[in-house]
Design a protein around this ligand. Structure first.
Ligand SMILES: [Zn+2]
Length: 228
């Protein structure tokens, strides 16, 4: 029998034969060793920041009222706000839909906090035009031993070379943060790389070995930006 569970005022359904709704090591993992989207929803107990694609975003928005606000934890207060558009990396002049802003309604007696939040597709790197798959292709070239400049030229990207120098500095600064999360899932593989950033890239590749775009999977799985 399925029963309704309310915890921290967020509501969802769970089976009484399964572990509690709280984050716990008892949460079962999928056959790949990673949590399913359903299990992640239960773990997060509320609004997600990343969804797989626009189709999943639409499905997710349909059950928005069932989710708890990540700030004030109120339920039945979340509403769709504006759509999020960004520059299309495949077309200099183009724009593409990247996600949706959500508003926690504080009008009337709704009891919300009035804040807004963004949900974006996992391919999007928040605050960057570069996409997760573009960055991953570039990182694979670095891992294969190409220089930064050669990797950019090989991929025929129209971004300025300086963009990738900045990106590399940013990734190097944040690699400890990435490694901390990755180590929760899996020990780093043996590596011959001397560069700590490339060691982290090899680790990322190993954790999401069956996925075409590990940076996007990182965002989906940890619900945390790959680039900060
Ligand atoms: Zn709120």
């Amino acid at each position: 029998m399925w029963v309704k569970c309310r915890q921290r005022r967020a509501s969802f359904f769970y089976s009484p034969t399964e572990p509690s709704c709280a984050v716990s090591s008892a949460v079962r993992k999928s056959s790949t060793g990673l949590l399913t989207i359903w299990q992640q929803d239960r773990m997060l107990n509320g609004l997600r920041r990343f969804v797989r694609d626009l189709k999943e975003l639409a499905e997710y928005l349909r059950r928005l009222k069932q989710l708890g606000c990540p700030e004030c934890e109120a339920t039945e207060t979340l509403n769709c706000h504006s759509k999020l558009y960004g520059n299309d990396p495949a077309d200099r002049a183009g724009r593409c839909l990247r996600g949706q802003r959500i508003w926690c309604c504080d009008r009337g007696h709704r009891g919300g906090c009035g804040r807004t939040f963004s949900i974006v597709v996992a391919e999007v790197l928040p605050r960057h035009t570069l996409t997760a798959s573009l960055v991953w292709r570039w990182l694979m070239e670095l891992l294969a031993g190409h220089s930064l400049k050669a990797a950019v030229e090989k991929l025929s990207l129209f971004f300025a070379l300086e963009t990738f120098y900045r990106l590399r500095r940013k990734l190097s600064r944040g690699s400890d943060r990435l490694r901390t999360r990755l180590c929760r899932q899996q020990e780093p593989p043996p590596s011959t790389q001397g560069d700590p950033l490339l060691q982290t890239v090899a680790h990322l590749k190993s954790v999401f070995s069956d996925k075409p775009c590990p940076p996007a999977e990182f965002q989906l799985y940890f619900q945390h930006p790959f680039l900060e």
